[in-house]
Design a protein around this ligand. Structure first.
Ligand code: MN
Ligand code: MN
Length: 469
């Protein structure tokens, strides 16, 4: 059997996935990544990604589980949770209690959320107060163009959708930074304190309305605009989810276009590749294949759309009920505990500018294949889900047989830091789980970078796993 991971010999020779691909495969890589680039631009929030995935799935013959009466092998279904989380499945021939093949990614990304009472006026300007979401380096989010995405729920139950700043001709939003001329004190602070959370205020407008009786004439100007354009009033902000994200589109990076840069690749790169893998799957599967795209991973997978909610478990229960007409709690437990999962999330790529934070022997590199991460966690593997030796061997064997170039990675040097994924929550069902995803440069920044050969290998990896596990 060919061994397709990178060993010491490849390392010495400096080989990458590009060295291993035929010219036809290289074409495939670029074509695949065009679709991914467009997906990144269409889906900049968990809601938008959910909507996009529903469209992609319906185009490929998937329908909502609720529209189905009974389930048979070959059926293609999905279920959406609160417009922000989605699970899709292709039903296999085996009984569900033999276990599912699951790829689980997340579709929320670090960003700047508006507060419930966001709008205020300060002198000649109107601004939004914000509370950032997820692990950001705050200094990266000032002085860049931001677009505003999300929904505002009116009291009567209707929804105003806002998506402003991405299209040519749209205005954008921004958070200003202090000019260097007057930044003497700021520049002497620690980087973590140079920009503080309460200073991440977004510029929203500056033209006053006429009238002597109006208290905050510039804020009122913005409110009037929101009323006229979106039909919303100030109190509606309390029932809104408005997210400021980088306004720029995803772009090819480098003369040879070998890299792709853009916002939200953690974890939409794994979400897109997993969905494509499932959509491209024939309907002749042994084991039922499932792709789960969850929300709220960046804040600990909490809440009713996070991995900790019962949504996924309930979906499996509904599938069982629809498949066999004799649902039992025991069958649900058997189904979950005999399942196999890839926790599809990104890992850090070794950055030539910051090599000192990584153990070179155990870090992932750009364009050296999809990354297998046996355990995540930090400081003594704390908080990690460690995959068993046996399960890693099984996944390795599937990848090697399917032409998937892969590498291993660990998130940084021991005691340098670390991070987690949804793996430990899947493992809580007693299923086998392995972290597996794309290596990223500049993770959590407004412009994350991934290698195109890695993106394609991630797709190939998920497809091989769902087909053969
Ligand atoms: Mn992630
Ligand atoms: Mn993350």
């Amino acid at each position: 059997m060919a061994v397709l991971n990178y060993d010491a010999q490849d390392e010495k020779k400096g080989l990458t996935v590009w060295d291993k691909l035929t010219s036809q495969e290289k074409e495939e890589v670029f074509t695949f990544c065009e679709g991914y680039r467009e997906f990144l631009d269409r889906g900049k929030t968990e809601r938008e990604v959910t909507g996009e995935v529903v469209k992609m799935a319906r185009d490929k013959g998937f329908c909502d589980l609720w529209e189905k009466k009974g389930l048979k092998p070959g059926d293609r279904i999905f279920s959406v949770n609160r417009n922000s989380e989605i699970v899709l499945a292709v039903v296999g021939r085996q009984p569900l209690e033999n276990g599912l093949g699951l790829v689980g990614a997340h579709i929320d990304s670090p960003r700047i959320d508006l507060k419930p009472e966001p709008l205020y006026q300060d002198g000649p300007l109107s601004l939004f107060k914000t509370h950032y979401y997820g692990g950001i380096k705050k200094y990266q989010w000032v002085s860049i163009p931001l677009s505003l995405h999300g929904v505002v729920a009116r009291q009567d139950g209707t929804i105003a959708e806002i998506r402003l700043g991405d299209q040519p001709g749209d205005p954008v939003f921004t958070i200003t930074d202090l000019l260097p001329h007057l930044a003497k004190d700021q520049m002497e602070k620690k980087m973590s304190e140079g920009i503080v959370g309460e200073a991440l205020n977004i510029l929203a407008g500056g033209i006053p309305v006429e009238g002597d009786g109006v208290k905050h004439r510039i804020k009122q100007g913005v409110l009037n605009h929101l009323r006229d354009k979106y039909g919303i009033v100030e109190e509606d902000f309390i029932s809104a989810e408005l997210e400021a994200v980088p306004a720029w589109p995803a772009k090819d990076v480098g003369f040879d276009r070998s890299l792709l840069g853009g916002y939200g690749q953690d974890d939409r790169v794994c979400a897109y590749t997993a969905v494509r893998a499932l959509l491209d799957m024939g309907d002749n599967l042994e084991r039922t294949a499932v792709v789960l795209l969850s929300d709220k991973e960046e804040v600990g997978s909490t809440g009713n759309t996070g991995m900790q909610s019962a949504f996924f478990e309930n979906f499996v229960a509904e599938m069982l009920a629809a498949r066999i007409n004799s649902y039992s709690d025991l069958l649900l437990r058997r189904t979950l505990s005999s399942s196999y999962a890839l926790s599809a999330d990104v890992n850090a790529a070794l950055d030539p500018n910051y090599e000192e934070v990584m153990d070179k022997l155990n870090s992932a590199r750009v364009n050296r294949g999809v990354v297998i991460t046996k355990y995540t966690g930090s400081r003594g593997k704390s908080g990690s889900n460690e995959a068993s030796a046996e399960f890693v061997a099984r996944v390795r064997s599937i990848f090697n047989s399917a032409g998937v170039y892969w590498q291993t990675g660990e998130l940084g040097k021991v005691d340098q830091g670390g991070g987690g994924t949804i793996a430990y929550l899947l493992a809580a069902y007693n299923m086998d789980v392995l972290d597996c995803g794309t290596a990223i440069l500049g993770m959590h920044s407004p412009f994350e970078v991934a290698g195109k050969a890695d993106i394609f290998m991630t797709y190939r990896a998920y497809r091989a796993f769902l087909k053969n596990i």
